[in-house]
Design a protein around this ligand. Sequence first.
Ligand code: HEC
Ligand code: HEC
Ligand code: HEC
Ligand code: HEC
Ligand code: HEC
Length: 253
Amino acid sequence: MHNKLPKHIVRLLAALVFFLLVAYIAKTWLTDPSFYKYGHYRADAVPELASGTPLFRGSAYCKTCHDEPRRDTSLGAHISVECEVCHGTNREHPDDGKMLIPTDTIRLCSTCHEEMPARPDRQPQIVLAEHPSTEEANAQCITCHNPHSPADDPVMGLPDETESVAVSSTTLPAAVSKCAKCHGKQGQGKKKNPALAGMESVDFIEHMTKFKSGGGESKKMTKYAKRLSNEEIVELANYYQSLPAPPSEKPPE
Ligand code: HEC
Ligand code: HEC
Ligand code: HEC
Ligand code: HEC
Ligand code: HEC
């Protein structure tokens, strides 16, 4: 009888075996079949996450329909701020849903512009209680700023799309002489250098802004674009839009 384990030890062992058994069954039954396929995670989770539809569509999509905000943002300080940052997302728009139009711009704009020590200097910052002056500090930001082009608006110089501007030789922008070498005297294009004549001003500005930031295939264009001020770009945009497009040119995208 001395070999027999004490009762409380037997109970303890039995409880241990029971819990081990339950744990084993639970593990085999409840673990997803794809769990150990690649590692210590559920392999099926990866395609599941990837199959979702992205909430954001990006500004390029919005700009296909909304000409005015496109024109306003193309040279303005907010060119890098995506439409959906301010307007929210709604994949049903425009067929079946409206986009939000922000009304509380004090709250919206201060998320990026309120002065904070950690913010980089190149992001313009204001002290809310003092901007623009203590009396006017509670006014909505859009009473003074165009949300799409908040700087002193260089795009205001763009002609209306319906309006044709007559450009005489006296108003010929000075920078044109530098462009003629490659793009032709009348902007008609030369060899591999694309035509500029008749290009819609907003397209021209978007190209130039892209070149300025180092985008585009031509290193030379980046060099030329970087030397131009916003005002000069608008001048050139107006000028080239006013020239007749060469007959062979494909319609602008
Ligand atoms: C296929 C064309 C099309 C695209 C693409 C499009 N919109 Fe619109 N949008 C419209 C039309 C048409 C209206 C006017 C009808 C309406 O109010 O729903 C409109 C209205 C709006 C309005 C005003 C809503 C109101 O209540 O007055 C905002 C803001 C807006 N769009 C933002 C956006 C943003 C941001 C995007 C990109 C995510 C976008 N739109 C993409 C066609 C488009
Ligand atoms: C910094 C925030 C901000 C960004 C970025 C922005 N918007 Fe707006 N947008 C606003 C505000 C604020 C209003 C309301 C203006 C008002 O009430 O006068 C507005 C108004 C609009 C309207 C309707 C009013 C009108 O002008 O008829 C449309 C359409 C619109 N935005 C489209 C766009 C598109 C397209 C883009 C991207 C190219 C864009 N917005 C980027 C803040 C923004
Ligand atoms: C998502 C962040 C963001 C939001 C939201 C935003 N801005 Fe800006 N804003 C910027 C950035 C970034 C710049 C600077 C761009 C640059 O100079 O490269 C800027 C520039 C500006 C400037 C300076 C223009 C200049 O060159 O002097 C003003 C004014 C301005 N924003 C006003 C507003 C107003 C008004 C709103 C609300 C309708 C707003 N911003 C919302 C990011 C934002
Ligand atoms: C009563 C008109 C008015 C209102 C309202 C207003 N601003 Fe301004 N804002 C100005 C003027 C004028 C300037 C240019 C002079 C200056 O720098 O103070 C300016 C400049 C700015 C600048 C550029 C500062 C810099 O250092 O380059 C930013 C950013 C700005 N405002 C953001 C805002 C935001 C965000 C709001 C809303 C909370 C707002 N503003 C409301 C008139 C206004
Ligand atoms: C040394 C030759 C050269 C000079 C000088 C030059 N360009 Fe260009 N430009 C090119 C080439 C090559 C491309 C095509 C590059 C690309 O698509 O990325 C181009 C493309 C462009 C485009 C885009 C056109 C399109 O349809 O894609 C614009 C706008 C433009 N240039 C404007 C100008 C202006 C304005 C000047 C004068 C300030 C100028 N270029 C001077 C060679 C030149």
